[in-house]
Design a protein around this ligand. Structure first.
Ligand SMILES: Cc1cc2nc3c(=O)[nH]c(=O)nc-3n(C[C@H](O)[C@H](O)[C@H](O)COP(=O)(O)O)c2cc1C
Length: 167
């Protein structure tokens, strides 16, 4: 498998927990990169990219990702394979559940990345989400607030999927 970068904010609690688990499942073959201090050069150093994108502010990206969006908008991501995971709260924010996954997934794809890691939206209860594509999410949706006991199983399954979908 080509080099895999795992991009997320090291300052988060829940996203970091999920990222550590994802890293473990990859057998530490993924390099952890802090999204808070990310440069374009660091971002482009990996052929396989996993991005941790929680949703904040009623359907928006957290500040550290929002600040990196203009950089991504100028990048050519052809040849890259990308997957997005993201935390959200389906009971608290049913109209914007894991929107951040969709916002980031669409952006990466618009810059030429091949998007992988789609998952079923069955088993979640919400009204709308920018991460939805038909019946699937354009990434892995994690809800620590309402479905904490499912997180580890979901991550395990997702990483097995990514190992097949990454090059
Ligand atoms: C102010 C605030 C706004 C939020 N907005 C959303 C939202 O629009 N959609 C959603 O699915 N979750 C939303 N959440 C839930 C967070 O995404 C969830 O708590 C997540 O686990 C935070 O991850 P982090 O602590 O790693 O940043 C919000 C949480 C807070 C505190």
């Amino acid at each position: 498998m080509k080099k895999t970068g795992l991009f997320y904010s090291f300052n988060t609690n829940k996203t970091s927990q999920a990222a550590r688990k994802i890293g473990e499942e990859f057998g530490d073959a993924a390099v952890h990169v802090n999204a808070e201090t990310l440069t374009e050069q660091e971002f482009l150093a990996y052929d396989n990219m996993i991005l941790g994108v929680p949703t904040w502010f009623d359907g928006e990206l957290p500040n550290y990702w929002d600040e990196f969006v203009p950089a991504i908008e100028d990048l050519d991501l052809k040849g890259k394979t990308a997957a997005v995971f993201g935390n959200g709260n389906q009971k608290g924010y049913p109209e914007n559940f894991v929107d951040g996954i969709g916002i980031m997934a669409n952006l990466l794809e618009s810059r030429g990345a091949r998007l992988v890691g789609f998952t079923s939206s069955k088993g979640y209860q919400f009204e709308s989400s920018q991460a939805l594509r038909g019946e699937q999410f354009s990434g892995l949706a994690l809800d620590f607030e309402n479905q904490a006991s499912q997180i580890n199983t979901k991550i395990k399954k997702w990483v097995e999927q990514l190992k097949k979908e990454f090059e």
